[in-house]
Write a protein that binds this ligand. Sequence first.
Ligand SMILES: *Cc1c(COP(=O)(O)O)cnc(C)c1O
Length: 433
Amino acid sequence: MRLVSTSGHAAPVSFGEALFRGLAPDGGLFMPERLSPLSAGEIDGLRGAGAIRCGLAVARHLLGDELEDEVLESAVREALGFPLPLVPLGPRMHVLELFHGPTLAFKDVGARFMGCLMSRLQRSGPPLTVMVATSGDTGGAVAHAFLGLPRTRVVVLFPEGQVSERQQRQFTTLGDQVLAVAVAGAFDDCQRLVKAMFRDPDARKALALTSANSINIGRLLPQIFYYFHAWARLNRHEPLVFSVPSGNFGNLAAGLMARELGLPAAALVTATNANDVVPEYLRTGFYEPRASVRTLSSAMDVGAPSNLARILALFDGDLARLRGCLSGSAWSDADTKKAMRRVFDEHGYILDPHTAVGWLALEQALAGRPDAHGVVLATAHPAKFEDIVEEAIGSSVPVPEGLAAGATKPSRFRRIPPSLGELKHVVMGWAGA
Ligand SMILES: *Cc1c(COP(=O)(O)O)cnc(C)c1O
């Protein structure tokens, strides 16, 4: 597979190069130059298959020309190395639980695939230093993904006082391989510092720097696997609709790519909170990015989603064709709370606020398609947002063991003002560079 930039001004590169570069040199995002579908026989052969077999089929189809099978297999097993249950709730609705990884959010799948491949494909030289800015969930997922991998270390920058205690513990309690840096500023300052570090000649010379933000194609491709897994596990012949709680639109881009690869999905629905620039674009044809607003489903508070560029590239900017398989809807915080309450009362099932938004969009979509079945991607465990959920459902949320265990480990991080000089000093000192 060769990858090209969504901005269209960079020469095609191999997957390995795109993985370590993160962003294309012209500032665009890497996308496969072409996506040819799996054969109908291959796809039909996946009916009833488990997640790993589906993941391997897709991974070999996409990357088999470049990566050895043994490398691919270890990355797929790493990415999908926890249960991915498909829970039926009512006759036509299903919840695909993607939150049984170490940080209890779907981002574990992409981060672990990327981590495994980066560690396997790194060249000789200094150990790999992975830098990531986080507003909450990404830091934990990336730090956990690299934990224990040889010759790698992780630096997580976060805005001091602006991530939840539980999120912060997921990347400040992991020991020497992970350096957590609290920046006196906002998430945007963290992101700016990471970018400045990449441009800094001293830092580049001393550290093999790479980025693990969600625009990395290595995090996106493995998200295709679980769409195939859900379809194969469901193993039905009725039309299938996927609902995707969306923020930066990586998960949705992966779903649309799965469809290009031949996944028999009748349609996808993008579900957003009040940050609804994409549903609005689908409705009106006008795309107007704007500053994000804060909502209960905070991981989806994105006003200018990066991965929309990938979606438009996939459809050559043809809105009519995109509308043929994608619809969207947006939901308020009040809707979200009511949905959590109603699903708990009717099914005894606890949705997190992000998945609740997806649930609402799926209900609406299925109401217009009496023949179809639906799957909502459950992107986070409800215990990650226990205060919001408990208030909404009026009952306590059981906390999984891993999350509870993290609460007792010592938390360590460094504090800096939002300055490149300070960041360099702390990182180079820590890395012994
Ligand atoms: C990151 C995240 C999302 C949004 O996913 P995108 O791929 O950025 O659209 C949704 N829910 C949760 C819980 C997340 O952490």
